[in-house]
Design a protein around this ligand. Structure first.
Ligand code: PBG
Length: 331
């Protein structure tokens, strides 16, 4: 493409007033771009604030239903439920993860029954259920065992499918898990249960507030997840991860965290052309909220700007704790 120079070309003509800016805008946010993550806890008419995530509460199932109705009315297509499990239910083998009466399973079926128009997604990972806060089952040396973990998460995925979940999101980064889950779903006739794989999940410091929210931070202590989550320095590895998950039966993929990894979103989208989502994680939320609450950043402008960036980078949508607020503004 050749550009004629100034003054034949004046880039500012295309920015000179609102109508033309809207006309040439290259990406557009709509409520259908959002998935709202929600923390679910036991209780009735009970909400509990999360200190490091101002504006986000843990919700009991009845309030989750209320929230789901509101999100549906805003045009948000899906929610992601994250159970906050009491310490007494956490074990070495994470049995609670596949309890048909577990909190996650009850939350899934309650929303499916009461708000059938909204999609329900759930994480497959054991961190809310293990005594050491790891996403999988650890051996005596503290190493998270791949194949042992897969046996458990397959049970977890099936129990979620039986509860009515429509999107299963494996987030524990075990090798071969997408294939194992897909095979199990097929064998029980769940042909249309979607797998939205956290194909590209980095060992990130930005998950801190989430671990407070679900209460896995104290179990994890000072340990990290670097033997299964990806090194933030890598992006070729991201391409291999996505290729494997697609080959194993993932329908869509997530890149996580979001804003610090937009280059990866772009690479994944260009390489595979599959539905690609970014997760604007808890630490990104906390960081923005801290500045917003100090009056250092303008809430509405900065949130819309970050969400638009995911679309510009090629993302098909975003999991964000700002989803509800952003959809309200867009409406
Ligand atoms: C659990 C899981 C995590 C997040 C989503 N699922 C935390 C982790 O891997 O430690 C993080 C989400 C967020 O920070 O908002 N496997």
């Amino acid at each position: 493409m050749s550009e004629t120079g100034y003054p034949t070309t004046r880039m500012r003509r295309l920015r000179s007033c609102d109508f033309i800016r809207r006309m040439v805008s290259e990406s557009n946010l709509t409520p259908a771009d959002f998935i709202q993550p929600i923390f679910v806890c036991e209780g009735e008419n009970y909400r509990e604030p999360i200190a490091s995530m101002p504006g986000i509460d843990r919700l009991s199932i009845d309030l989750l239903i209320e929230k789901s109705r509101k999100l549906r009315d805003l045009g948000i297509p899906a929610i992601a439920v994250f159970p906050v499990v009491s310490k007494s239910k956490k074990t070495k083998w994470a049995e609670e993860s596949y309890n048909p009466d577990g909190l996650a399973q009850r939350a899934i079926s309650a929303v499916r029954e009461s708000v059938p128009e909204i999609g329900v997604m759930a994480d497959v990972a054991l961190d809310p259920f293990t005594i050491d806060g790891h996403d999988g089952i650890s051996n005596e040396d503290g190493y998270v065992e791949n194949d042992v973990t897969i046996d458990v998460i397959v049970k977890q995925a099936l129990s979620q499918a039986r509860a009515g979940v429509q999107i299963i999101a494996p987030s524990e980064m075990m090798d071969g898990r997408v294939g194992a889950i897909r095979q199990a779903l097929e064998s029980e006739g769940f042909h249309n249960v979607l797998i939205l794989s956290y194909a590209v999940k980095y060992a990130s410091a930005f998950y801190g507030p989430f671990r407070d929210a679900v209460g896995s931070a104290s179990e994890l202590g000072g340990r990290d997840k670097r033997t299964y989550q990806m090194d933030p320095a890598n992006s070729n590895e991201a391409i291999r991860e996505v290729a494997l998950d697609l080959a194993e039966g993932a329908d869509m993929v997530i890149v996580k965290p979001g804003l610090p990894y937009l280059d990866v979103v772009r690479r994944v989208k260009s390489e595979f052309n599959v539905p690609t989502f970014a997760y604007q994680v808890s630490g990104e939320y906390a960081m923005l909220m801290a500045a917003i609450q100090n009056g250092w950043l303008d809430e509405r402008k900065v949130i819309i700007e970050t969400l638009s960036a995911f679309k510009r980078a090629g993302g098909d949508g975003v999991l964000s704790y700002f989803s509800e607020r952003a959809a309200e503004w867009i409406a």
